[in-house]
Design a protein around this ligand. Sequence first.
Ligand code: SF4
Length: 125
Amino acid sequence: MESTDSGLGAPIRHEEPEWCEFRRVEHGRMFCSVAVRGDARGTDEVYNDTCLACPMNRIRRRHPCGHLDPGLQLTSHRERTSIDKVHLACKVKLVRLPSDAAECDQKCEYFRQVEIPSAPAQDER
Ligand code: SF4
């Protein structure tokens, strides 16, 4: 897709990432609600590129357990945010999970299937 300049020098990609239940927008900027602050460059601000590269949506849809607790460590680089680490934990077992959540399926005794929200239908927008 086409790139344009933001007015501050850095190019911004306008390729649209998939809809994500964790993304929110505020005054023209985008933020990730599962971002955890790491060091001083930690941020919760995301860009299209960040979300295009993010595995969380895919992990969530493959493992729709209501006990899955996701976190993302994001680092700010001017008008770019990189994903440094995917954190996953189980709210019932109180353990950290591998970053692919491979065991979070019907085989787990605590698995509780939840409906993952999806993009609003065309006529609801
Ligand atoms: S960084 Fe990932 S989890 Fe966060 S809003 Fe973007 S796609 Fe969603």
